[in-house]
Design a binder for this molecule. Structure first.
Ligand code: A2P
Length: 264
């Protein structure tokens, strides 16, 4: 798996397993162990997903050293204060049964996000989290945050897939030195991208599935990408994307698929 260097020098595996909407402990544990077997070391959860405890147990069971894992969690919108954020972080650590996180994000730019950011900065300077960032922040939210921040966010994790490519946000984050992380990179398998004729054609040419073409496209755009699956075979499939490359022409063709269509 390839790594990306964040703006504070911390390395993050560019591909991770997203565990959104996997609330059944048994299903989650099977998925995490399948991912470990396939070579994933990066796992993306959140308080909202209610699976931090099961994820922590699965990672402990995997036998992989903590230093070889990269674990992200996020503080949810119902927390609106500095103290509440510190408490939420402590609760996440406890559930995961870990003494630090690799990345902690503000899940959405909702009430109190400047206070929440102050708490993340303090957790970071205390060494309890190796990098801090945001999720679902648009330009206006980043402008406000950066006007008050002591520490620049390391990442912005946002919805991105071939029908919602977000070129302006890409350019902005590049200028700001904030890594671009994509959630729902496959369009949640419900927006038709997995059946797209152009992507099918490109997949046939490389002897790869459409999901692999889409993940490869995200990687070549320099994004961190966290496809979710509960199926062992798909978890493996989604990671088997480092032995081929899309040509500049194919990347251009995929760019034309953008409909600026969020699923949110
Ligand atoms: P499942 O968990 O049943 O495998 P996203 O990451 O964009 O949110 O997409 C997640 C959705 O895509 C899930 O419904 C997941 O289903 C499905 N999915 C994940 N990987 C693949 C794949 N390789 N082929 C088809 N569907 C996939």
């Amino acid at each position: 798996m390839e790594n990306i260097k964040l703006n504070n020098g911390v390395k993050i595996p560019q591909l991770g397993l997203g565990v959104f909407q996997i609330e059944d402990d048994k299903v989650l544990k099977q998925a995490v162990l399948a991912a470990i077997k396939a070579g994933y070391r990066h796992f993306d959860t959140a308080t909202l997903y209610r699976n931090e405890q099961a994820l922590g147990e699965a990672l402990a069971d995997s036998g992989i050293a903590r230093d070889d894992l990269f674990v992200t969690s996020k503080v949810w919108n119902t927390v609106t204060t500095y103290d509440g954020t510190k408490q939420a972080f402590a609760d996440s650590l406890k559930k995961l049964n870990m003494d630090h996180l690799d990345l902690y994000l503000i899940h959405w730019p909702t009430e109190g996000y400047l206070e929440k950011w102050r708490a993340l900065e303090d957790l970071y300077s205390q060494g309890l989290v190796r990098a801090i960032g945001v999720s679902n922040f648009e330009k206006k939210d980043l402008d406000t945050l950066l006007a008050h921040a002591r520490v620049k966010p390391a990442v912005d994790q946002v919805e991105t897939h071939p029908y919602y490519q977000r070129p302006e946000l890409h350019a902005l984050l590049k200028d700001l030195g904030i890594a671009y992380e994509s959630w729902s990179p496959l369009g949640r398998a419900k927006n038709g991208a997995l059946q797209d004729p152009l992507l099918q054609k490109i997949g046939q040419k490389h002897n790869k599935t459409v999901a692999q073409v889409i993940i490869r496209w995200h990687l070549q755009k320099g994004e961190i990408v966290i496809p979710k699956s509960t199926h062992e075979q798909r978890i493996f499939e989604n990671s088997n994307v480092f032995d081929f490359a899309l040509s500049a022409d194919e990347m251009k063709q995929i760019e034309i698929l953008d409909k600026n269509e969020s699923m949110n």
